[in-house]
Design a protein around this ligand. Structure first.
Ligand code: SAM
Length: 288
């Protein structure tokens, strides 16, 4: 069996984590906790999809609050190391579940794109469409900076930028919608799906028409409106996917993710809840 291209590419990225990165992301963990604190009740069952090295979430705090924290990732090696860093008895509440949130759909798109073929819309997903995520039902499912990483890492380096854009524009949102729908299917009634999303990046050669400071100084709705004047990732819009899943954004926080020296992302942290039965979808700004 061929190794999963998405898993290989993401494991390569995860292997670049260092202690310096973990220290640099300390404030990012605090920001994530400021969002999760009011959402994760005592004894909650929580899944973190895209937990990776566990550098961007305070896994120890989460495990002390929750009764169970399942780290779901393509890269079980990184997640196992993240679990090992949780101190004390809380570690027993953390499990690593190797799994693909796209249920094979991302790999089908990537393989077809590398062959220069076209993954037929939806067909790749059909055999796996009902595949469940983790070991739900969960009170809270966190999609942890994962939506931008479903297709891009495996496409990068194997084809040119324009070809990557074409694949993301054609298939990305469908794959993203399926992941968000699967997160909701794994969430119990009354629960929440929290989406942490790296909406905008700044680095040399990839500037935005406004500064990250200006964006983060705005209220979330205004920040989202301004973000739309910038260069956004293609085919991974969590606002669209949330609406299509019958849910809505109940709370938003934004923060800086100092990814590497000279590279910053603006993270939008969204707490999403199911729309009450019969309620119409609110038209919100989307990122795409
Ligand atoms: C940018 S990292 C997120 C940062 C990570 N939470 C950390 O602190 O290291 C994205 C993570 O999503 C995982 N991932 C990508 N595609 C996935 C998929 N289809 N299913 C599950 N995890 C996936 C990657 O392996 C990686 O660990």
């Amino acid at each position: 069996m061929n190794p999963s291209p998405a898993a290989l590419a993401n494991a390569n990225n995860n292997a670049k984590s260092t202690g310096a990165r973990r220290r640099r992301w300390r404030e990012v963990r605090a920001e994530a906790w400021a969002l999760l604190d009011s959402v994760v009740a005592d004894g909650a069952r929580v899944a973190v999809v895209g937990a990776g090295n566990g550098d961007d979430l305070p896994l120890g705090r989460l495990a002390r609050r929750a009764s169970q924290v399942d780290l779901i990732d393509l890269d079980a090696t990184a997640a196992t190391a993240a679990r090992a860093r949780v101190r004390g008895i809380a570690r027993r509440r953390v499990r690593v579940l190797e799994g693909d949130a796209t249920a094979g759909e991302a790999d089908a798109v990537i393989a077809a794109a590398r062959r220069g073929a076209e993954a037929s819309s939806g067909a790749a997903a059909a055999p796996h469409a009902a595949a469940s995520l983790g070991d739900g039902p969960y009170d809270v499912v966190v999609l942890d900076l994962v939506l931008t990483q479903l297709l891009y890492p495996a496409l990068k380096g194997t084809m040119g930028g324009k070809a990557i854009d074409a694949v993301l524009l054609r298939h990305g949102q469908r794959v993203t919608d399926a992941v968000v729908a699967r997160a909701w299917a794994a969430t119990r009634e009354g629960g929440a799906v929290v989406v942490l999303h790296d909406l905008l990046g700044w680095w040399e050669g990839h500037e935005q028409p406004f500064s990250i400071e200006r964006l983060l100084g705005l209220a979330p709705q205004e920040a989202l409106a301004l973000a739309q004047q910038g260069s956004l990732p293609y085919g991974c819009d969590p606002w669209v996917a949330t609406r299509r899943a019958g849910a809505e954004v109940a709370m938003t926080r934004t923060w800086r993710w100092p990814f590497a020296s000279g590279a910053d992302y603006a993270v939008f942290g969204l707490v999403t809840r199911r729309r009450p039965a019969g309620a119409a979808a609110v038209t919100e700004p989307t990122a795409s």
